[in-house]
Design a protein around this ligand. Structure first.
Ligand code: HEC
Ligand code: HEC
Length: 380
């Protein structure tokens, strides 16, 4: 039947089918001229979308035809100061791309210069947020925040938006203001149709963008790809880096993961103090066995994410290594991996070993990730 049609109407039908297909493509993946004109008044975004494909296979993806529009919307929200009540603060104020989405101050500044009590966690310290944490749906217990108190990126984002110290916005007011913006009318329509912005949609899109962060192009990644075994010396590494890797794999990898890919130990006490001002997981559980227990952070891009520890107490990696070398305190909850019998472990690293550990940690820096335009500020 089709062939008969083609025979009869030949070129004409072909042309109309063809342009119809084009139109379909356009409505799925691109903007109309009018939409694009509205968007580009405020934003620097491409006519198509960047490829955020690392997130396309996960279950929170609601519409597989539009994966990148959701991440694109999330990107705009992430950088939009409108998310804070006085339009002073965006997510990116405390999570800066050039710092692997961490902040370089001890405590991040939020509304009206107010400061919180914890060091901003880097969002770019994983091989892929979802691969590191699992998806929101699969997480059995809280894993976000230094005290693991948030079960999902949605919950974490909402906490930042409504926190009187961070962004101070009522979610309902925010939905109103977002719906009033012409660029959001276009962006939300693309993903959620006539629903527009809702509390859930805003958080869902932010999550999509944050989930797309993926740091996989460090020297460390190249070295492991080549030797295929993280325990082998790498020809791409200096002797110092190789020695640092061996030390790390022996003494640190059982908590921080030798491959820097997945959570090995979700939280632990690493002997910073005898009495903790911030009790970490002990604070939320009121269980003294969790006092001083904090998230074990991934160390990807660690060179960029100082100051270090939940309270930003160490300025440099050298200070961190000194802590593990001679400074571990025998807290009642100190993890066994950092104990020697009943005492706190003293690794007593030599000067060379300390230098090598730092040299090794710097191989985790991913210059491609921190400059990738698809994660950058889209506002003009
Ligand atoms: C005022 C600074 C500030 C702002 C604004 C902010 N954050 Fe954060 N963020 C932090 C701090 C500090 C932490 C660590 C919190 C804790 O442990 O209690 C954090 C933690 C996180 C985490 C958890 C990371 C992990 O590995 O556990 C995510 C995800 C996150 N923020 C996303 C966002 C998003 C999305 C926004 C915007 C809606 C945002 N943040 C706005 C400071 C901020
Ligand atoms: C028992 C598990 C454990 C072992 C073993 C361990 N760490 Fe840690 N590490 C942690 C925890 C928990 C934290 C966060 C503690 C806090 O902030 O209160 C941390 C924090 C860090 C940080 C700071 C991360 C940041 O984003 O601020 C660095 C760097 C680090 N560790 C390196 C090492 C090195 C190097 C070794 C080996 C010499 C090592 N760790 C061994 C559990 C461990």
């Amino acid at each position: 039947m089709k062939n008969v049609f083609y025979l009869l109407f030949g070129g004409f039908l072909f042309m109309s089918l063809h342009s119809c297909t084009d139109k379909l493509d356009e409505s799925l993946h691109h903007y109309t001229d009018e939409e694009f004109e509205i968007l580009t008044r405020t934003l620097n975004i491409p006519e198509g979308t960047y490829d955020y494909s690392i997130v396309t296979n996960i279950p929170i993806q609601t519409n597989p035809d539009l994966p990148f529009h959701k991440a694109t919307l999330g990107r705009v929200l992430f950088y939009d100061k409108m998310l804070s009540v006085d339009e002073s603060t965006s997510c990116a104020s405390c999570h800066k791309q050039e710092l692997a989405f961490a902040d370089d101050s001890k405590f991040s500044e939020g509304l009206n210069g107010q400061i919180g009590t914890r060091n901003s966690l880097p969002l770019g310290n994983t091989i892929g947020f979802v691969r590191y944490y699992g998806t929101d749906l699969q997480i059995p217990s809280g894993q976000f925040s230094w005290d693991e108190s948030k079960v999902s990126i949605n919950e974490q984002s909402k906490a930042a938006i409504v926190s009187p110290i961070e962004m101070g916005h009522d979610m309902w007011d925010l939905v109103q203001s977002v719906n009033e913006q012409d660029y959001y009318q276009v962006l939300f329509k693309k993903v959620y149709g006539n629903q527009g912005a809702t509390q859930e949609n805003i958080l869902d899109a932010l999550t999509e963008f944050v989930n797309s962060f993926s740091s996989r192009e460090s020297l460390f990644d190249q070295a492991v790809a080549q030797t295929n075994n993280v325990y082998n010396n790498s020809p791409l590494f200096s002797d110092s880096q190789n020695n640092g890797k061996a030390l790390f794999n022996t003494h640190c990898g059982n908590c921080h993961d030798v491959n820097h890919n997945a959570i090995i130990m979700t939280a632990a006490n690493n002997g910073l103090d005898m009495v903790y001002e911030d009790k970490g997981m002990g604070e939320k559980t009121s269980d003294p066995n969790y006092n001083g227990v904090f998230k074990v952070p991934s160390l990807r891009n660690i060179e960029l994410t100082g100051p270090y520890m939940h309270d930003g107490r160490f300025e440099t990696l050298e200070e961190v290594i000194e802590h593990y070398s001679t400074g571990i305190v025998n807290h009642p909850n100190l993890h066994n991996f950092l104990k020697n019998g009943n005492s706190a472990q003293k690794f007593n690293f030599t000067t060379e070993n300390k230098r090598d550990l730092v040299e090794y940690l710097k191989t985790l820096t991913d210059d491609v990730f921190i400059a990738d335009v698809k994660y950058s500020d889209p506002f003009k």
